[in-house]
Design a protein around this ligand. Structure first.
Ligand code: FBP
Length: 553
C-alpha cells in the first residue's frame, strides 16, 4: 500500500502523555478515594452490581508504583461507531503492556463484542501496531454493535477469557458499550473469572461525559472536520448568495456536535434538540425558527444562509417522539406481521393502518421517504437509526411550505433555494487531531495501568483536558458511579447515563447569547482544516465546548 505524505509523517508523531505516565510504570502510584455511589437508584444498582458497586475513584500520582511487571495477556475490543483515535488507544495499551514486560501479549477481538463471544481474535504485535499509529479508523481489528446480553453470551465470553488466560479485557466504546463492560466486569467477578474489564470513553457524539470524564474521544476531531466543511460552505454561501444550506450533523441523540460546530462557525441557525424538547416545540415551531431567519435575511437582500440540524432532532420533538415510541411498540408486538409485508410500500401501508390518533395523522402527513425511513430496522440496542432519516430534507420541505404561505400573505418577498447536506461518516475516521492522538494514547496507557493493577469495572479517565497534556490527570472512574436505572424495551435496566446538552451549561449559554444576531447578520467564522504541525495554539487547541465547560484555572 502506498502511504500519503501525511500518513508517513503521522507515523513518527509521538503522542504527548501526562507527566505522571512519563516516568515509567514503577513510578505510578495508584491513589484511591472514598467509596462512591451511582448517580441515582443506589439500592437497585448495589443489588445488581454486588462486586463492583461503590469502588473508589482512582488517581495516578508520581510515587512508589504497584503496577505488576509480570507478563500479562490482554484483550481489546472496539465497540460501536468509529471515532478518531481508536488506534491510538490500542497503541497506548500496547506500549504500556510492553513497557511492563516485553513478554506480555495483546489480542484484538475482531468486529466488536461479537469477536469476544465467538473468540475471533488476532495477536497484535509491534509491526501491526506501527501501521496504525496516529491514523483514523477502527480497521486494525474492526468494530461492531453486538450487545452481550444473553446468559449464553456471558458464559461464552467467560469461557474465552479463561481459555486465553486473559488478565484483562479493554472495551473501547460509548455509553451502551461501557454499560455492557460494567455487566461483564460484574459477571466475571461473580463467576470467579480472573479477568478484569476496563472501559475507554469513545464516541464522536460527545455524550459520554460527567464530572470525571470531561470528553469522549473522537469528538474533537469529528467536530473539527465538520466545522472545516461548514466554514467552507459558509464562504460559498456568502460568495454565491443564492443558496440556503441545510446541514444535518451526526450525533444520534445529543446535540453536542451541532452546538460545537455552531460555536466554531456561527451559522445563521443551529437547532439544539434538547432545547426543542425542553420547550415542547412542535415540528411547525421548529420550522418557524428557520423560516423567520430566512425572512429577516431576505428583507436585507441576503437570500442565502446556513442551518445546522442535529441528527437526533426528530426524537426530541414531542409529537415525533410519541410516534417513534408507538412505532417501536407496534413493530415489537406485531413484528412478524410487519416483516411479512412484501415490500416497503406494503410496510408503510401496514403501519398507517396500525397507528391511531395523533401519531397516525403525523405519520400520514410526512413525505413518503421519511415514512419509509422511520420504519427501518432498529440497532441492536433498540435505537432508531437516525443517521438514515433525512431530517434535513424534511425540514427543507416544511420551510418551503411555510415560505409559500408567507409569500401569499405578502410577508416574504425573497427567494429560497435550498441544498441538503449530511456530515457524519466524513468525520468518524479522520486522522486524529493532536488532541485526540494524545488523549487516546493516554487513555490507552491508563487503561493498561488499571488492568495491570488488577482493577476491574473502571473507565479509564484523563482529566484537566483544557490544560497542556503534561498537566493532564490520569486514573480510573468506577463504571457504576455513572449509572442509573432506565426503562428499555419495557423493563428497568442499569445504564450509563447519557450526557445531553445542558441548557444551563456554558456552551449553550454562549450560543444562546449570540444566535439572534447570527440569524439576521452574516457572522460566519472559518475554522479551516485541522492542523497537525505548527503552533500549539492552532494545533493542540481543544474544542470550544471543552474550553467553555472546563475553563483553565
Ligand atoms: P457510537 O455511539 O457507537 O459512538 O456511534 C455514534 C454514531 O456515529 C452516531 O453519531 C450515529 O447516529 C451512529 O453512530 C451511526 O451508526 P452506524 O455506524 O451504525 O451507521
Amino acid at each position: 500500500m502506498e502511504f500519503s505524505p501525511l500518513q508517513e509523517a503521522r507515523y513518527s508523531y509521538v503522542p504527548k502523555l501526562p507527566l505522571v505516565l512519563r516516568d515509567g510504570i514503577d513510578h505510578i502510584a495508584v491513589e484511591a478515594g472514598g467509596a462512591t455511589e451511582s448517580i441515582a437508584d443506589h439500592d437497585a444498582l448495589r443489588a445488581l452490581f454486588p462486586s463492583c458497586y461503590g469502588k473508589p475513584v482512582l488517581k495516578f500520582a508520581t510515587g512508589k508504583g504497584s503496577t505488576s511487571r509480570k507478563a500479562l495477556r490482554l484483550g481489546v475490543i472496539l465497540s460501536g461507531g468509529q471515532a478518531p483515535g481508536g488506534h491510538n488507544v490500542i497503541a497506548g495499551i500496547f506500549d504500556g503492556l510492553k513497557a511492563g514486560n516485553p513478554d506480555s501479549v495483546l489480542f484484538g477481538f475482531k468486529g466488536g463484542p461479537g469477536g469476544l463471544v465467538d473468540d475471533k481474535a488476532v495477536e497484535l504485535d509491534a509491526a501491526a501496531i506501527a501501521e496504525y499509529r496516529n491514523t483514523g479508523g477502527f480497521d486494525i481489528i474492526g468494530s461492531g454493535r453486538t450487545k452481550i446480553e444473553t446468559p449464553e453470551q456471558f458464559a461464552k465470553s467467560a469461557a474465552v477469557a479463561r481459555a486465553r488466560t486473559l488478565d484483562a479485557i479493554v472495551v473501547i466504546g460509548g455509553d451502551d458499550s461501557n454499560t455492557n463492560a460494567a455487566l461483564l466486569a460484574e459477571y466475571f467477578l461473580g463467576e470467579g473469572v480472573p479477568c478484569s474489564v476496563i472501559g475507554v470513553p469513545k464516541t464522536i457524539d460527545g455524550d459520554l461525559k460527567n464530572d470525571y470524564i470531561e470528553a469522549s474521544f473522537g469528538f474533537d476531531t469529528a467536530t473539527k472536520t465538520y466545522a472545516e466543511l461548514i466554514g467552507n460552505i459558509e464562504r460559498d454561501a456568502a460568495s454565491a448568495r443564492k443558496y440556503w444550506h441545510f446541514i444535518k450533523l451526526m450525533g444520534r441523540s445529543a446535540s453536542h456536535i451541532a452546538l460545537e460546530c455552531a460555536l466554531q462557525c456561527r451559522p445563521n441557525v443551529a437547532l439544539v434538540s434538547e432545547e426543542v424538547e425542553a420547550k415542547g416545540q412542535t415540528l411547525a415551531q421548529v420550522t418557524e425558527t428557520v423560516a423567520s431567519s430566512i425572512v429577516a435575511r431576505a428583507a436585507k437582500g441576503m437570500n442565502f444562509g446556513v442551518v445546522l440540524i442535529p441528527e437526533g432532532l426528530i426524537e426530541f420533538i414531542p409529537d415525533f417522539k410519541a410516534l417513534i415510541s408507538e412505532l417501536n411498540d407496534m413493530m415489537a408486538a406485531r413484528g412478524d406481521e410487519f416483516k411479512a409485508q412484501k415490500d416497503d410500500d406494503a410496510r408503510v401501508a401496514f403501519v398507517e393502518k396500525a397507528l391511531a390518533g395523533a401519531s397516525a395523522a403525523l405519520y400520514a402527513s410526512l413525505p413518503v421517504d421519511i415514512r419509509r425511513q422511520l420504519i427501518m430496522d432498529r440497532d441492536p440496542h433498540g435505537n432508531v437509526q437516525v443517521s438514515r432519516i433525512d431530517t434535513e430534507k424534511l425540514l427543507i420541505a416544511m420551510v418551503e411550505k411555510r415560505l409559500s404561505t408567507l409569500k401569499a400573505e405578502g410577508k416574504f418577498a425573497g427567494a429560497f433555494s435550498a441544498l441538503a447536506h449530511f456530515f457524519g461518516y466524513e468525520g468518524r475516521c479522520a486522522f486524529p487531531s493532536n488532541f485526540d492522538a494524545d488523549y487516546c494514547y493516554a487513555l490507552g496507557y491508563s487503561a493498561f495501568v488499571l488492568a495491570a493493577n488488577g482493577r476491574s469495572g473502571y473507565l479509564s479517565s484523563i482529566r484537566n483536558l483544557s490544560a497542556p497534556a503534561s498537566e493532564w490527570i490520569a486514573g480510573g472512574v468506577p463504571l457504576t458511579m455513572m449509572m442509573n436505572m432506565e426503562r428499555r424495551h419495557g423493563s428497568e435496566k442499569p445504564v450509563i447515563k447519557k450526557a445531553l446538552v445542558e441548557l444551563e451549561g456554558a456552551p449553550f449559554k454562549a450560543f444562546a447569547a449570540a444566535r439572534a444576531d447570527w440569524a439576521v447578520e452574516t457572522r460566519y467564522r472559518f475554522p479551516g482544516a485541522i492542523q497537525y504541525y505548527g503552533p500549539a495554539a492552532v494545533c493542540d487547541r481543544p474544542t470550544e465546548t471543552l474550553l467553555l465547560e472546563r475553563p483553565r484555572k
